[in-house]
Design a protein around this ligand. Structure first.
Ligand code: SAM
Length: 306
């Protein structure tokens, strides 16, 4: 488990060490591509991200020219084949080209920040999941692919001209396939679909979830709702965090939105780092995490930014 102060590099580590020794959770406001390089290598156990899909050309303004291209050095990056696959996919689909230009440097940062036993959960929808899978195989290495999780829900209007699309895909990659942390015993179990076919003891205990997760969306009228439009259910994050981190570990979400990751991580005794560039997301997180000890590195907190 990393020391709280060692999570941060450079200037950030000085502030944390000198002024916020008690603080273990941090929320940053800003472009994640500028903030991620200030965090220390191999310092987080779990990265969960749920990036926006429609990043579009506008986002390219944020892309630096220093995108590191995969090459030798680290085991995950398979130089030439990654270049070739990326070139082919991006030529094939302009929208995906824009999307991947935005996401790629951030995923390289995620890889750098993960500890040797760490895991990435990349939450996508059906439009981009398959391209992203091929590219992530090349970035992390095919051996590092752990799961394709399907989160299935049933809510809202249904198309009559095709099968209604009612699922998201979460791709799971580990930094080191020989050393990753995964604890299925810590995961909340679920009811058997056919309880009559198993013993009463098994019914009582429930079954281990598979890679297909039926879970309702955040109810528009329920207690969990924060008002942030893309909020994901705490139940989904709970499983992820229970399985792929231990108490005290650091969980990172750099597309944090309403702060679901931090709220669940904190409830489960993990530390968190979250980043979002939208002031509305920061406001929602402030309200949601009011009872949690957080170092707010945000524009609405000039004192702490000094
Ligand atoms: C789909 S939402 C995440 C929702 C979140 N999982 C939740 O449960 O609330 C994506 C978030 O990424 C943020 N975002 C988009 N581009 C960003 C960037 N370059 N840096 C930081 N945050 C960014 C958006 O402001 C938005 O809040």
């Amino acid at each position: 488990m990393p020391d709280p102060e060692s999570v941060f590099d450079g200037a950030v580590s000085i502030v944390v060490a000198e002024e916020h020794q008690h603080t273990t959770n941090v929320v940053f406001e800003g472009d994640n591509l500028e903030i991620l390089p200030t965090l220390a290598e191999a310092s987080v156990t779990l990265v969960y991200i749920d990036p926006p899909f429609n990043t579009g050309r506008e986002q390219q303004r944020h892309v630096t020219s220093s995108v590191r291209v995969a090459e030798g050095g680290s085991t995950g990056f398979k130089g030439k084949s990654y270049e070739r696959v990326r070139g082919e996919l991006r030529r094939y689909d302009d929208t995906f080209d824009d999307y991947w230009t935005f996401l790629e440097p951030r995923l390289l940062e995620a890889w750098r920040l993960l500890a040797d036993d760490g895991t990435l959960y990349l939450h996508l929808d059906y439009r981009e999941a398959h391209y992203a899978k091929v590219l992530l195989d090349a970035i992390f290495g095919r051996d590092s692919f752990l799961n394709e999780l399907i989160w299935a829900y049933d809510y809202g209007a249904k198309s009559k001209s095709k099968w209604p699309t009612k699922h998201d895909t979460i791709l799971v990659y580990v930094k080191n396939p020989k050393a990753y942390y995964f604890n299925s015993d810590a995961v909340d179990r679920e009811p058997y679909m056919a309880p009559g076919l198993v013993t009463p003891e098994k019914v009582e205990r429930g079954k281990l979830p598979t890679d297909v997760w039926w879970h309702t969306i955040v109810s528009p009228t329920g207690k969990e709702k924060t008002g942030y439009p893309t909020q994901k259910p705490a139940g989904i994050l709970r499983r992820i965090i229970q399985a792929s981190s231990r108490e005290g570990d650091v969980v990172l979400d750099f597309f944090a939105g309403s702060g679901t990751t931090g709220a669940v991580a904190s409830a489960l005794g993990r530390r968190f780092i979250m980043i979002d560039q939208n002031p509305e997301a920061i406001a929602v997180m402030r309200a949601r995490l009011a009872a949690v000890d957080v170092d707010w590195r945000t524009s609405d907190n000039p004192k702490e930014n000094e």
